[in-house]
Design a binder for this molecule. Sequence first.
Ligand code: G4P
Length: 527
Amino acid sequence: MADIAAELGKRRTFAIISHPDAGKTTLTEKLLLFGGAIQLAGTVKGRKAARHATSDWMEMEKERGISVTSSVMQFPYRERIVNLLDTPGHEDFSEDTYRTLTAVDSALMVIDVAKGVEARTIKLMEVCRMRDTPILTFVNKLDREGRDPIEILDEIESVLGIACSPVTWPIGMGKRLKGVIDLRTETTHLFSASHGDHVLEGETIHGLDSPALQEALGEHEVEKLKEEIELVRGASHELDLDAYLRGEQTPVFFGSAINNFGVRELLDAFVEYAPPPQPRSTLQRMVDPAESKFTGFVFKIQANMDPAHRDRIAFLRVCSGSYRKGMKMKHVRINKTVQVSNAITFQADARRQVEEAFPGDIIGLHNHGTIQIGDTFSEGEDLKYEGVPYFAPELFRRVVLKDPLKMKALQKGVLQLCEEGATQVFRPLRNNDLILGAVGVLQFEVAAARLKSEYGVEAVVEPINVYTARWVQCDDEAVLKRFKIKAHDNLALDGDDQLVYLAPTRVNLNLTEERWPEVKFLATREL
Ligand code: G4P
């Protein structure tokens, strides 16, 4: 049997967080390229092409199908095995994006040098904060004119509240981009644009006083660079790996993903600094990844990838022990033991069966409706992993039936879709509406299309005046009772009958919070 401690020690499991168009897809391709998985790079591109596809049902299937293929990308790099989990962006942005972040050990934040910190990045950082996930930062598109790098670092610090420590520093920018210098070793990597799928090592020069550097940049430029580096060192934090591992400091790299530039430094530092799988808490106890018994939890369920099979895949993160093909595992929530001989990972276009998987790895379990997001699997022990929360949706729609007689089927369909976790359902106390909530707009179309194809229900979704949802908690029964009466018209029950406040506006939410200090309005709910 493989040595679990040795195997998990090699694992580095992470996700990329970024605002759309910052360069996540491009960087993913380049990382795969450096990892030697060249054919996979094309897969990522394919998905990007599909992103512009119209959202009729078949197209959506295709789009989702392809995005499943690249949901988990495993590649070896140096002596490590890297698992890159895709975080759906653009139109397919959904709760899955958030939940995926609960299954990683660290994250890589990509920032567009011209745009700085953007809205989606702020949201995703909030989610990382919940588990103090360590973050590396890549400032991208240095081949274009952008903002002053110091200004970008200031913005990351002030907006995201995380200290920055530049590991590399750009020499020039846009047309004047000459290279990046590694501040740890004072090694300069000269810039040469290299589009396409080959890895150029590029020229490197050691030391700031090297004649080669003088020759490459000119004497004047080298003097300027020295001054700038002094300034940067004075103004920024020294690299502190413990602070990085605590989620308090982010090491920052500069480069241009499309030119394969600065990516090698990033990946080298990533496999060196990023943490291997860590102990994780369950409701019962902490579980160490090196424990011999297998445990893991489901963070995402992807449905209907293959129209011919209508199968669903539950993505499980292995947290301890190992998965062996054919092993028996206990599905803790339903207290049932299942034999799993066909867990899968996805490589390029071919689904491949895994024989073994270790902490940090992701396996796909075939799901016929019994597995839910957040479910724990073990080798017998009753454990429940924490930390796969529901997030307050940002978008809301009312489901309207075309045939009113199909109400029962609609309710069943909606509740089942919500169990998968891509959309949430809210049932207002004051009427019989069904309100769907999601964090990405595509989810509504998916829900309507699936209601039709799987439950035979013709429904449309229409806008409704809800700004956000907050789960309501109050320890004082009497206060809660009064609140329920006063706020009745804005209250609803979610899919698990939990009380939720649906605020029509931000102002309304603020006022309500002020008025009811004893009531907690929670933006997330643990499963
Ligand atoms: P995303 O997944 O974060 O949404 O970003 P993606 O990689 O798709 O990149 C968004 C756009 O930015 C793409 O251009 C991509 O080529 C470009 N890009 C990525 N990295 C760099 C870089 O280092 N420098 C420059 N100049 N551009 C970069 P597009 O026009 O939307 O697509 P395409 O036609 O180039 O494929």
